[in-house]
Ligand binder design. Structure first.
Ligand code: TTP
Ligand code: MG
Ligand code: MG
Length: 450
């Protein structure tokens, strides 16, 4: 492990809700809840003002409404959050070539790799400047953790929340971790947490005292091993930049998150078949089957399995993909699925080209797959005004939908740079009203005071 706190972890504060507050001046300083507003909707996130009432991510929306009846309730606007995320990630990439995004609002940065920092002081200054830059460019706050390892950097940014910076001095890690609950450590979810609690282990110190053999006995070899090292604050995992592995892969993004586990399974089978077709078209086969799952919050997981030899057999690839899916928790919903094959085998390539050439005719005759994306996309509902979405009125200008029902839509007319605006009500089919794109949160060339 390095001896300077030069691994940085950034996580934006109440991300979706903060973007909405930056976009809508009347909501600043107020309880804002973003999520699914239908009968089975869940909270994606809540502004810190709403958290005071006990509202949090993944809570059923109905429960949130009971706890915070006066909060503003909005549906998420992913395209906007993604564009803000890209601005933030671009700032991180100015610091280092080693940026590892974990989700839309969160990433690790290896400051040493970019020469941005080499000791405690330079790391702290870099973190302070980054927070100021994020604020200037996006208008939002993010919290920064700095430490000598990924694990501690993430714990530090959690401690720093909201709108803060925490640096963990090398050498103090064990003392700091010791009294914390085991759930603080990466890789300990609710199930492992319960399992350990039944064995009388609740804190990180108790985990370390249990010893490696006991942890291996309780949790199995790989997991027990890893957790013991984490409990001693030993974490050598490098920050890895996302890079394209040499592989053949296909993926699909879904307009509406898929929650149904059976449907997820069917999609994976379909993708496996498409991947095999690509593989054969390229005359390749591969040893490693990769499943990619992007969840509701844009966190992206990949799972892989390496076979004994290269294959392009659809049944084998389908089975492997299905096995990999079993290890992924998809309860919050799935936005994207992908199946790929890597470890492409060069030494058999010639044979496979011959084989593929023989099969290509058959493949070409197979009916062209209809693009399911195009078929499944629902017809745009007539004049649907979604809460929180931007609109433009011929006379009153830019605003956003505060609510709609009973043939009427209520619009608040304001922009990110305006003072809080006033509300007007229209008929849902008012021809002067039309949907609009979100406006930039910060105007270019205007320096924000920090
Ligand atoms: P988080 O970083 O976990 O949460 P946050 O940014 O809202 O709040 P903070 O970090 O200050 O505690 O998640 C980032 C975004 O991901 C969040 O704004 C909304 C989305 N999300 C969901 O949609 N569902 C969830 O269960 C979680 C945890 C997050
Ligand atoms: Mg966050
Ligand atoms: Mg996050």
């Amino acid at each position: 492990m390095r001896n300077a706190p030069t691994i940085l972890h950034l996580d934006m504060d109440a991300f979706y809700a903060s973007v909405e507050q930056a976009s809508k001046p009347s909501l600043r300083g107020k309880a804002v809840i973003v999520g699914g507003l239908g009968p089975r909707g869940v909270v994606a996130t809540a502004s810190y003002e709403a958290r005071v009432f006990g509202v949090h991510s993944a809570m059923p929306m109905a429960q949130a409404r009971r706890l915070a009846p006066n909060a503003a309730y909005l549906v998420p606007r992913f395209a906007l959050y993604r564009s803000v995320s890209e601005q933030v990630m671009a700032l991180l990439r100015e610091l280092s070539p080693l940026v590892e995004p974990l989700s839309l609002d969160e990433a690790f940065v290896d400051l040493e790799a970019g020469g941005a920092a080499w000791d405690e002081e330079s790391a702290r200054l870099t973190g302070i400047k980054l927070r100021a830059d994020i604020r200037a460019v996006t208008g939002l706050t993010g919290s920064v953790g700095l430490a000598a390892s990924k694990m501690l950097a993430k714990i530090a940014s959690e401690e720093a929340k909201p709108d803060g910076l925490v640096l963990i001095e090398p050498g103090t890690e064990r003392g700091l971790l010791g009294p914390m609950p085991v759930r603080t450590l990466p890789g300990i979810g609710p199930a492992t947490g319960d399992h350990l609690r039944r064995a009388g282990i609740t804190t990180v110190d108790e985990l370390a005292e249990a010893g490696e053999d006991e942890l291996v006995r309780l949790l199995g070899k790989a997991h027990g091993h890893g957790l013991y090292a984490m409990a001693l604050a030993r974490d050598d995992r490098p920050v890895v930049a996302e890079r394209e592995a040499k592989s053949v892969s296909v993926e699909d993004t879904y307009d509406v998150d898929i929650h149904d586990r059976i449907r997820v399974g069917l999609e994976v089978q379909r993708l496996a078949d498409r991947c095999v077709r690509r593989l054969r078209e390229a005359g390749l086969s591969g040893r490693t089957i990769v499943l990619k799952v992007r969840r509701y919050d844009f966190s992206t997981l990949t799972r892989s399995e390496t076979l004994r030899g290269p294959t392009d057999d659809p049944a084998v690839i389908r089975e492997a993909a299905a096995r990999l899916l079993e290890s992924v928790d998809t309860t919050g919903g799935v936005r994207l699925l992908g199946v790929g094959v890597s470890g492409l085998a060069d030494y058999t390539q010639e044979d496979l080209f011959a084989q593929a050439a023989g099969e290509q005719g058959a493949l070409a005759e197979a009916p062209e797959e209809t693009a399911p994306e195009a078929v499944e996309r629902p017809e745009p509902a007539e004049r649907q005004w979604r809460a929180g979405y931007d609109v433009r009125h011929a006379e009153y200008g830019h605003g956003w939908v505060q609510g709609s029902g009973l043939g009427r839509v209520t619009v608040r007319f304001e922009t990110p740079q305006s003072p809080p605006g006033r509300v007007r009500t229209f008929l849902v089919d008012d021809p002067a009203l039309e949907p609009a794109e979100p406006l930039p949160l910060v105007l270019d060339g205007v320096d924000t005071e920090v």
